[in-house]
Unconditional design. Structure first.
Length: 128
């Protein structure tokens, strides 16, 4: 496929976490990757608050910088309508609350460093 002046093996539409991770993974495998993002930068606008499980990050092999971790969740408490309480607690963090804008920016930069090309303010209207 043609784009940004060169052929690409893969076109990724969207530079959110999933798009940037797909670009990172594909670039690591040696594919020529082009990412198109309709907004002017990664992480804008924010679409979710940034709660991410530590296990999920580990499974994906992502070592998120500590500066992006705004809070750690080590437990949770549920209450049923009848008043029953269920508590889960852990000594280790189970969920991180990430700086979502910063995380998106960091992840896109990881993909870019591996060779993925990003085009911001570039909305995909049609794929044929």
């Amino acid at each position: 496929m043609e784009g940004l002046g060169r052929a690409a093996d893969l076109l990724v539409v969207g530079a959110g976490p999933c798009g940037s991770f797909a670009a990172l993974t594909s670039a690591k495998l040696g594919l020529e990757v082009e990412v198109r993002e309709e907004h002017g930068e990664a992480g804008v606008p924010e679409h979710c608050p940034g709660h991410v499980t530590v296990d999920g990050l580990n499974l994906l092999g992502l070592k998120v910088p500590r500066r992006l971790v705004e809070n750690e969740i080590r437990g949770i408490r549920f209450y049923s309508p009848s008043g029953f309480e269920l508590t889960f607690e852990s000594e280790e963090p189970r969920v991180y609350l990430l700086d979502r804008r910063g995380f998106d920016d960091w992840l896109y930069r990881q993909a870019e460093a591996r060779g993925a090309s990003f085009a911001f303010s570039s909305k995909v209207k049609k794929i044929t």
